[in-house]
Design a protein around this ligand. Sequence first.
Ligand code: RET
Length: 275
Amino acid sequence: MTNIESLFSYTVGRYEAVDHLLSMGVGAHFAALIFFILTSRFVAPRYRTATALSCIVMVSAGTILYGQSNLWEQAFTYNQSTGLYDPAQETFSNGYRYVNWMITIPCLLTQLLIVLNIRGNDLFKTATTLILLAWAMIITGYVGQLYEIESLGTLMIWGAISTVFFIGMNWIVGTRIFRATPDMPAPAASPMRKVFWLMMFAWTLYPLAYGMPFFEASSTGVVIRQALFTVADVSSKVIYGLMITYIAIQRSAAEGFEPAMQVTDLLPQRGTVAA
Ligand code: RET
């Protein structure tokens, strides 16, 4: 048993809340996948990799959430006599998420650098540094969460080590965003700054979910943790991806890419009469 999820029995309401949150996450990611596929043609080839990376993130995260939702259903059985869902043979674990972040976070960071128009050697070096910091953050966090039942102290120590990498990564992300925005076209610069604050908000929810055994080790804490994960997932991947695609389209339009100019109204639509 590695996660506090397997320690408790759940009322029908709490059990279903978690089940529904996980299913909602699956739906949001696959719906967004369709959107990214359909809108990629409005993004200039120069930025299209960013949208492609969003597609990869959607499939990867959507699949893992589907697995989490199945696992949740297998990990508890309904007890007729108490009216509660009790732990079953199978144990629930959040560890799958951490492993999945090894793939999704590098994609999220790289797509950011692409819409910031960072290229060549600079792209390679910055992406490598960010990815190494992210992996260090995830691996230390993964090790820490293995101790969440056994030793809260160990959980917090690994969490603190992981946070050092997290801060380093955010520092680089923030510096690059705020250095690039003055040279970006206005309709792209403003959402770009918002992306930074969205990241700060959404990414911080993950360490809060990690620390839940410390703050509230109960079935309520489990529901709060899964709610935090869901809000974090939808914000850091789906909403973030939509904003990145929006920025990519705005940049494409400003650079004269016709399909982007059409959707952003920079070109008169065929068939409309000029006033
Ligand atoms: C951990 C361990 C505790 C300390 C910190 C953590 C940070 C996790 C983050 C996860 C972001 C995940 C994303 C996933 C997208 O698919 C590892 C929980 C700081 C920031 C963006």
